[in-house]
Ligand binder design. Structure first.
Ligand code: GDP
Ligand code: MG
Length: 690
C-alpha cells in the first residue's frame, strides 16, 4: 500500500509513566482492527499489552523501546511511534520526537500535570511538535478534568481548550459531550466499539453552551471567517474544525479530549481528532544538512524527488533485523539502490515492511511522509539513506555522553560470546549505550544514561542472550578539564642508533566551554610540514582519553599550535605525535585541572507534609534546589544533584515518605566536583596505581 501524504499522520503518544499510554494505544489498535482482543497491561491473561512486545516490559508493565505501528482509521494511516516514558531513556524519546509530526499528550485526570509531563512538554516544544491532550482515567476517584485543563494552562503555559466535557465522572463516567457537534456520545458494546450519539443530557446543556462559547472564542483567534460567522450566529462545523486545526498546527492551541481508556470511553473521538487537527507530514518543515556546504536545506515532500530517509530505530526482534525509517523526500521501492551516507555504502532495498502491532505487511513501495521498515539492512540508528551523490544528512542528533558505568564479568566461555553478541546489538540500537574493555583491569564495562538504563540492559542481556554473569557496582563517569590557559614548547628528540626522531611543537592550551575538543592550526611558513599536522592533532587527542588527575577523559580544551621545527631526515608522523604528547604532558598539570562530575536534574513529587524531608534529602546529597511548587496537597521540588549522591535514593525516599513520594532524574550537565570530593577521587586513583 503506497499511501498519499494527505492521508498520513505520524504521531507519538507521550505521557508521565502510568498515565495509561499503553492502555490507550491498545484501544486504538483494537478499534482499528489491528488486534482482535484487548489485552490489559499486566493482564491476568498473562499476555500483556500488544505494544509492549518485550517480555521484560510485560513483566514490569512499562514501555521501554519505541516501535512504530500503522493504524488504519477512516481511510487514513496513522503511524504511531510508541515513545518510551521513563526519562532515563530520553534519547529514545528525543529520537522518536524528531521523526514525529505531532503528539498526543496523555494526562491522568487525577494526577494532572506530573513531573514527566513537564519533561515531555519541554521536548515537544523543543522539536516544535503540535499536540492534542487526552485526559485519561476519568473513571478514577478524584477525577477532575477541568482542573487538569487549568494545569495545562498554569503549569505548562498552554493555550488549552476543552473540546469535550465528561458525562459523569468517577464510577459514573459514561460518555462525553462533543462541544463542536453538541452531541452526547456513549460507547456501547463489550469493548465500547458501538458509538451512540444522542441529545446532550438536560443537566449538561447550560455548561455545554458555555464551554462551546469558550471553544469558539479560542478558535476564532485563528480564523477571521469563523469570528465573523460566529457574530452573525451562523458558524459552520467545518469553520470550527479548520480554525482549531490551524491553531494546533501553529503550536498556539492545544485541544483537550477526555475519557477513560481502560473503560473504553472516548478513544474513537480522539482518533478522529488526530486526523482532523494534527498536521499532514507535508505541513511540517523538515531540514537536512548539505554535507558539501554545511547548509541547512528544507526538504520537499515530493514523491518524485530523489529519496531521503532517516533510520531512527533498529530492532532485532522475532522477525530478524528491522530498520525503521522515516521517508522525508521521494519514494522508496523494493529493489531500489540506496546510499547510506554515514557508512558511505550502497545497499539494495530488499523487503519493505509496514509494521502493525504484532504482524507485518510486505509492501512494494512507500512515499515521503511515511514511516516503514526495511529488512536485514546493516546500519546504525541515525543514518541517512539517499541516492549516491546527494550529499544530504538528516541533522545529526545530539547524543549525550554516558554518565554511569558498570563492569560485567561473564562466568563462562559461552556467556562471554553471547555477551559480545548482545553488546554489539544494543550499542548499535542505542547510541547512549556503550561498551568497552578497560585495559587496566581487563574488565568489560558498559556505560549509559542512568541506573535504570543499565539495569534494563543487564536484564535483557541475561534473559535474551542467556548470559551468566556478575555485575560490579555502578560507577559515575567523571571528566577532567582545565581552568587556565597555558603555553607549551616541547622538543621531542631521540637519537639511539639508526634513524632518529625529531619534532618540536609550540602553542597554547585554552579552556573551552561549548565543545569537548578543538584543534587550531596557526603554523605559518611550514615550520611544521603540513603532512605532520594530523599527527600532532592525533597526539593531543590521545592525551585527552585519560587525564592525569584520575585517569578520566579530558573535555573542554582548545589546542592551538603556532610554531615548531622539524628535521629533514629525523622528523616523522610518529615523532610529531610523540612531540604533541610531550607538549600536552608539559602543560596540563599547570593549567589548573579540575574534576567534573555529572549533575542530574532531579524532580521529586509527594504529599506536602513531606516537604521538609524531601528538602533535607536533597541537601544531604549536595543538591541545589532550583524551584518548588506546592498546592497544599502536593509539593514538587526540582533540584540539581550530583549523580554520585543519588545511588539508593529511591529506597531512602521511600522510607522517608512512607512510599508516597516519587522522583525522576535525567542528566543535566557536568559540573565541577568540590575540593573535598576531588581530593578523595585523586587519592583513590593514586592508590589504585600502587
Ligand atoms: P503507561 O505507563 O502510560 O503506558 O500506562 P499503562 O497503560 O501501563 O497504565 C498504567 C496503569 O493504569 C495500568 O494498571 C492500567 O490498567 C491503568 N489505567 C490505564 N488507563 C486507565 C483508565 O482509563 N482508568 C483507570 N482507572 N486505570 C487506567
Ligand atoms: Mg506503557
Amino acid at each position: 500500500m503506497n499511501i498519499d501524504i494527505q492521508k498520513i499522520r505520524n504521531i507519538g503518544i507521550s505521557a508521565h509513566i502510568d498515565s495509561g499510554k499503553t492502555t490507550l494505544t491498545e484501544r486504538m489498535l483494537f478499534y482499528c482492527n489491528k488486534i482482535h482482543k484487548i489485552h490489559e497491561v499486566k493482564g491476568k491473561d498473562g499476555v500483556g499489552a500488544t505494544m509492549d512486545s518485550m517480555e521484560l516490559e510485560r513483566e514490569r508493565g512499562i514501555t521501554i523501546a519505541s516501535a512504530s505501528t500503522t493504524l488504519d482509521w477512516s481511510d487514513h494511516a496513522i503511524n504511531v511511534i510508541d515513545t518510551p516514558g521513563h526519562v532515563d531513556f530520553t534519547i529514545e524519546v528525543e529520537r522518536a520526537l524528531r521523526i514525529l509530526d505531532a503528539a498526543i499528550l496523555v494526562l491522568c485526570s487525577v494526577g494532572g500535570v506530573q513531573s514527566q509531563s513537564i519533561t515531555v512538554d519541554r521536548q515537544l516544544r523543543r522539536y516544535k511538535v503540535p499536540s492534542l491532550a487526552f485526559i485519561n482515567k476519568c473513571d478514577r476517584t478524584g477525577a477532575n478534568p477541568e482542573k487538569v485543563n487549568a494545569d495545562l494552562q498554569d503549569k505548562l503555559g498552554r493555550n488549552s481548550v476543552l473540546m469535550q466535557i465528561p458525562i459523569g465522572l468517577e464510577d459514573k463516567h459514561i460518555g462525553v459531550v462533543d462541544l463542536v457537534l453538541m452531541k452526547a456520545l456513549y460507547f456501547d458494546g463489550e469493548n465500547g466499539e458501538d458509538i451512540r450519539s444522542e441529545e446532550i443530557p438536560p443537566e449538561l446543556v447550560d455548561k455545554s453552551n458555555k464551554l462551546r462559547e469558550k471553544l469558539i472564542d479560542a478558535a476564532s483567534l485563528f480564523s477571521d471567517e469563523l469570528a465573523e460567522a460566529y457574530l452573525d450566529g451562523n458558524e459552520s462545523i467545518d469553520q470550527i474544525y479548520s480554525a482549531i486545526r490551524k491553531g494546533t498546527i501553529s503550536l498556539d492551541l492545544t485541544p483537550v479530549f477526555i475519557g477513560s481508556a481502560y473503560n473504553n470511553k472516548g478513544v474513537q473521538p480522539l482518533l478522529d481528532a488526530v486526523i482532523k487537527y494534527l498536521p499532514q507530514p507535508n505541513e511540517v518543515e523538515n531540514y537536512a544538512v548539505n554535507l558539501t556546504t554545511s547548509e541547512q536545506t528544507k526538504l520537499i515532500s515530493d514523491p518524485t524527488l530523489p529519496p531521503i530517509a532517516l533510520a531512527f530505530k533498529l530492532e532485532d526482534g522475532q522477525y530478524g533485523q528491522l530498520t525503521y525509517i522515516r521517508i522525508y523526500q521521494g519514494t522508496i521501492t523494493k529493489g531500489d539502490e540506496l546510499y547510506n551516507i554515514q557508512a558511505g555504502k550502497t545497499f539494495k532495498v530488499g523487503r519493505l515492511i509496514r509494521m502493525h502491532a504484532d504482524e507485518m505487511e510486505d509492501i512494494n513501495s512507500a512515499k515521503c511522509g511515511d514511516i516503514i521498515s526495511l529488512f536485514g539492512i546493516n546500519c546504525k540508528s541515525g543514518d541517512t539513506f539517499s541516492k549516491k551523490g546527494l550529499n544530504f544528512s538528516m541533522t545529526s542528533m545530539y547524543v549525550p555522553k554516558p554518565v554511569i558505568s558498570i563492569a560485567l564479568n561473564p562466568k563462562d566461555k559461552k556467556s562471554h560470546d553471547n555477551l559480545a553478541k548482545a553488546l554489539s546489538r544494543f550499542t548499535r540500537e542505542d547510541p547512549t549505550f556503550r561498551s568497552y574493555t578497560d585495559h587496566q583491569s581487563d574488565e568489560l564495562i558498559i556505560s549509559g544514561m542512568g541506573e535504570l538504563h543499565l539495569e534494563v540492559y543487564i536484564e535483557r542481556i541475561k534473559r535474551e542472550y542467556n548470559v551468566n554473569m556478575e555485575t560490579g557496582t555502578p560507577q559515575v563517569s567523571y571528566r577532567e578539564s582545565i581552568t587556565k590557559a597555558g603555553k607549551f614548547n616541547y622538543i621531542h628528540k631521540k637519537q639511539t642508533g639508526g634513524a632518529g626522531q625529531f619534532g618540536q611543537i609550540e602553542g597554547t592550551i585554552d579552556p573551552l566551554r561549548e565543545k569537548d575538543f578543538e584543534f587550531v592550526n596557526k603554523i605559518k611558513g611550514g615550520a611544521i610540514p603540513t603532512e605532520f599536522i594530523p599527527s600532532c592533532e592525533k597526539g593531543f587527542k590521545l592525551c585527552m582519553e585519560k587525564g592525569h588527575l584520575i585517569g578520566a577523559p579530558i573535555v573542554g580544551i582548545r589546542i592551538t599550535i603556532e610554531d615548531g621545527n622539524y628535521h629533514p631526515v629525523d622528523s616523522s608522523s610518529m615523532a610529531f605525535q610523540n612531540a604533541a604528547i610531550g607538549a600536552f604532558n608539559q602543560v596540563y598539570l599547570k593549567s589548573n585541572p579540575i574534576i567534573l562530575e555529572p549533575l542530574m536534574k532531579v524532580s521529586v513529587e509527594g504529599p506536602s507534609e513531606f516537604q521538609g524531608s524531601i528538602f533535607s534529602s536533597i541537601n544531604q546529597r549536595r543538591g541545589v534546589i532550583i524551584s518548588t511548587s506546592d498546592d497544599n496537597y502536593f509539593v514538587r521540588v526540582d533540584a540539581n544533584v550530583p549523580l554520585s549522591e543519588m545511588f539508593g535514593y529511591s529506597t531512602s525516599l521511600r522510607s522517608l515518605t512512607q512510599g508516597k513520594a516519587e522522583f525522576t532524574m535525567e542528566f543535566f550537565q557536568y559540573g565541577k566536583a568540590p575540593e573535598s570530593i576531588a581530593e578523595k577521587l585523586i587519592k583513590e586513583f593514586n592508590d589504585s596505581k600502587k
